[in-house]
Design a protein around this ligand. Structure first.
Ligand code: UDP
Length: 164
């Protein structure tokens, strides 16, 4: 069972406001990933800091502030997904950070096109629709940050029978 993982996905405020929630959730369900947690939440300064605790260190205060504004501009939908090597598979499905570099077929490549140069020139955050945990360790931290024990579910899904 070592390869069965759980990973955190956020449908960011641009995805929710654009009415893409259903279509994006569908993509994850389509590949057989199982929803084991789901909720809508308005992020505040504290949750943003805890979720992106190393972002300022990695990219500087300007990027952190722009990202915090972006993430708090409206509600997000948080998903906890379970599946085979779910962390890497979900990252593969969402594509790279900058939508302008994301291939068609990925979520960021199919639903956005902002480039790094544009973001830098305008001081805007990269509106890239989704967040997904970057590693198994990050997935563990983020799952606990976003979902209490009573909000994480265990149930048999057909995916186990046919996909896992
Ligand atoms: N971000 C940004 N500009 C940057 C770097 C990051 O706006 O130069 C935002 C962007 O929304 C990104 C998030 O901060 O998705 C987290 O950055 P990370 O490098 O962790 O990218 P991800 O894991 O989301 O691909």
């Amino acid at each position: 069972m070592a390869a069965i993982e759980r990973t955190l996905v956020l449908l960011k405020p641009d995805a929710v406001a654009r009415g893409l929630t259903g279509r994006l959730v569908q993509r994850f369900e389509d590949v057989g990933l199982k929803i084991v947690g789901i909720k809508m939440k308005q992020m505040d300064a504290d949750l943003t800091r805890r979720h992106y605790f190393d972002l300022e260190e990695r990219f500087g205060k300007g990027v952190y502030d722009a990202t915090a504004t972006y993430m708090q501009q409206g509600p997000v939908v948080a998903l906890l997904l379970e599946g085979v090597e779910a962390v890497a598979n979900v990252r593969r499905m969402i594509g790279p950070t900058f939508p302008g570099q994301a291939a068609p077929g990925t979520i960021r490549g199919d639903f956005a096109h902002m480039s790094k140069a544009y973001a830098e020139a305008t001081g805007k955050a990269i509106a890239n629709l989704v967040h997904a945990s970057g590693s198994v360790d990050e997935a563990k931290y983020e799952s606990e940050l976003w979902f209490g024990a009573d909000e994480q579910f265990d149930y048999p899904g057909l995916a186990e029978r046919y996909v896992f």
